[in-house]
Ligand binder design. Structure first.
Ligand code: ZN
Length: 186
């Protein structure tokens, strides 16, 4: 994931110079071409990730590329234009750690003020393949809740998604327990 803010100086349509200007009151300034008036909207970038369960643990990847090289992330990456978001998560898991996965449900959507990515995180399970490290990965490893490297996670979204995941798992377990006890009572 690239978190730097790219700067654009030229119009992608005609190559003319762009300038930053207010085109609608109350909205952020936009980059407008001085030659052809094309407006270059700086849209968010969509990232699709998974909390990937395998053998009762979850998979984290140690990044081999900048930014945050050496830190741990969820399997995932940018969604290509026209690509369904869950499909991007499946593709990224295959590319980055060699695992064939099945999406179970949406865990959450993570976005932060001033940041470019909108990170969509699914819960998924491994259904095949062999865990390997892809091009952008130094290491693929399984962690339990107790061994998650909280101090060495790459992004805010990584930590927030993992907290939501474990909280979901606990709630789910408790509900099951409640239900089981209730069934025993009757
Ligand atoms: Zn132009």
């Amino acid at each position: 994931m690239h978190h730097h803010n790219p700067e654009f100086h030229f119009c992608p349509v005609c190559g003319g110079p762009v300038h930053s200007t207010c085109i609608k009151w109350g909205e952020p300034e936009r980059l407008v071409c001085s030659a052809c008036d094309f407006v270059l909207y700086l849209d968010p970038k969509v990232v699709s990730c998974t909390v990937l369960e395998t053998e009762g643990n979850i998979v984290l990847l140690k990044r081999a590329i900048k930014p945050q090289s050496g830190k741990w992330v969820l399997p995932g990456g940018y969604v290509d234009r026209g690509e369904p978001v869950p499909q991007a998560a499946v593709r990224e898991a295959q590319e980055e750690c060699g695992l064939e996965i099945r999406i179970k449900r949406l865990l959450g959507v993570y976005s932060y003020p001033g940041k470019i990515p909108v990170v969509i995180v699914y819960m998924a399970e491994a259904v095949g393949g062999e865990m390997i490290s892809g091009d952008e990965t130094r290491e693929a490893k399984m962690f339990s809740e107790a061994t998650i490297p909280w101090q060495n996670l790459a992004f805010q979204s990584t930590a927030d998604a993992l907290r939501d995941y474990f909280s979901h798992i606990r709630t789910h377990k408790n509900n099951k327990g409640e239900k089981a006890r209730h069934e025993n009572d009757t």
